[in-house]
Each structure stands twice: as structure tokens, then as C-alpha cells.
Design a protein around this ligand. Structure first.
Ligand code: SAM
Length: 233
């Protein structure tokens, strides 16, 4: 029988292997600007809206040049790179070495000065240190509720001031859509996608000593992401 620890390792191993193989190819294209199919294009548009919302929030505070940011599960650097471009000191990390290598390449190509951005290959639960702001976008979708709760608590322990997370919200309508999607698995189907109840995520953040300051929702046809900014009490 699989115990909880083994199951957790399994979930992470599956996600890591996926983002080092077929998932890497798929998401590198979605998070790029080349040709993609209609569904992928819709996901690209939605994801970019999520990135834009977070960059806008951070710029509004007018202190990007002074703060340290950890982008946990940074993927190919879609958020880390524009934040570094705006002057923040960024540490981007990801469980997949392929995603991190691509992020490093994109940072070198995009940034005139890449001295304020560093990347590392790490499971987010192994991250250490303290950061003014910790951000984790579209990662929790890969994990069930109990694991997501532990991940949020760990990220909270690294946070000095602000934690920003996004997740696929669990609503009746989206649950039905997901079920329909599962009836028609196509070649581009990926790992399991877990939705999370917003009230549960807020409760986890509050139990870790945070209060919600701003929130937003990105919804396109195939991409749904609730974004929460939580401030340390
Ligand atoms: C859907 S992508 C989102 C990437 C990025 N946050 C963005 O919004 O552009 C999910 C990313 O989370 C990473 N990931 C999944 N589980 C992780 C974990 N336990 N620790 C660190 N990164 C993880 C994956 O390798 C992948 O790059």
C-alpha cells in the first residue's frame, strides 16, 4: 500500500518527469510566440493576462527596485524576466531542469543586464531563505488539496511581506467543463489538473498569518486562474 510520503513523491516525480519531457515541449511553445493550435493560443492569452495582472500589482507599489522576489515554479521565466526588467532582484526556481534552462536562455536573450536574476532547479518545498515577495503562479493545479496546503505553508515561511499565488478555482461550472474535457482526452492532455476551492486556499493563507489584499480572476475559454495577493499580518 502506498503511504502519504510515497504518494507525495509520486505526484512530484510525475510532474517533474512531465515538465522535463512532453510537458516541456508543450509549455515552452504555449509560453512562447510561435505557432500553436487554437486551444494553446487561448491558454497563452489567458496566462499572459495573469502575468500582466501580477506585474501591474507589483509596479503599482513603486518599490520593485528595492525588493527581493522568489518566483517559485518559474517555468520558462514568463514572470521572472519582466520583473527583472523592471528592476527587481529575482530568484526563479523550478522542479524541472529543462524549464530552468529555457528560462536562463530567455533571460540572457531578453535582458540587457541579467545580473539581478538567478535561477535554480528546486522543488519549491526545498526552497530556503527569505524574500520580500514570494510568487507561485499556476503550480498548485498540479497538486491535490493536502499537498497544496503544505506547499502554501512552506512558501509562507519564506515570505517577509507578500505572497501571491494563483490556482484553478473549483466551481460547479468549471468542474463540469473539466469532466467534459476528461471525456475527450486528446494527444495534448497533460498531467492531472486539480482545482481548489477559493475559500480553502484563503483559509490556508489566513492560518499562516496572511490576509488577502488584492484578488483577480483570469478566464478565457480554456484557461481559468484565480490570483490572490496575501499580505503578512
Ligand atoms: C503551468 S507551469 C507555470 C510556470 C510559471 N509559474 C508561469 O506561470 O509561467 C507549472 C510549473 O511548475 C513547475 N512545478 C511543478 N511542481 C513544482 C514543485 N513542486 N516545485 C517547483 N516547481 C514545480 C513545473 O515544472 C512548471 O514549470
Amino acid at each position: 500500500m502506498t503511504n502519504t510520503v510515497d504518494k507525495k513523491l509520486d505526484d512530484k516525480t510525475i510532474v517533474k518527469d512531465y515538465f522535463n519531457s512532453t510537458g516541456f515541449d508543450r509549455w515552452r511553445r504555449i509560453y512562447g510566440d510561435g505557432d500553436v493550435n487554437k486551444v494553446q493560443k487561448d491558454i497563452r492569452t489567458g496566462h499572459q493576462q495573469t502575468i500582466d495582472t501580477v506585474v501591474k500589482w507589483l509596479k503599482e507599489d513603486n518599490n520593485l527596485g528595492e525588493i527581493s522576489i522568489c518566483d517559485a515554479g518559474c517555468g520558462v521565466g514568463s514572470l521572472s524576466i519582466p520583473l527583472a526588467q523592471s528592476g527587481a532582484t529575482i530568484y526563479g526556481s523550478d522542479i524541472s531542469e529543462k524549464m530552468v534552462s529555457e528560462a536562463q536562455i530567455r533571460a540572457k536573450e531578453t535582458l540587457e543586464d541579467d545580473s539581478k536574476i538567478t535561477f535554480g532547479v528546486k522543488d519549491l518545498e526545498e526552497l530556503t531563505g527569505k524574500y520580500h515577495t514570494v510568487i507561485c503562479l499556476d503550480v498548485l493545479i498540479h497538486y491535490p488539496q493536502d499537498e497544496a496546503a503544505k506547499m502554501i505553508s512552506h512558501l509562507a515561511s519564506l515570505t517577509e511581506s507578500r505572497l501571491i499565488i494563483s490556482f484553478a478555482p473549483k466551481t460547479l461550472c468549471l468542474t463540469i467543463l473539466k469532466k467534459i474535457g476528461e471525456l475527450f482526452p486528446g494527444p495534448s492532455k497533460t498531467t492531472r489538473a486539480y482545482q481548489h476551492k477559493e475559500a480553502d486556499i484563503i483559509a490556508i493563507l489566513e492560518n499562516n498569518g496572511f490576509s488577502i489584499q488584492r484578488n483577480d480572476m483570469t478566464s478565457t475559454r480554456f484557461y481559468y486562474s484565480r490570483i490572490l495577493e496575501a499580505i503578512k499580518n
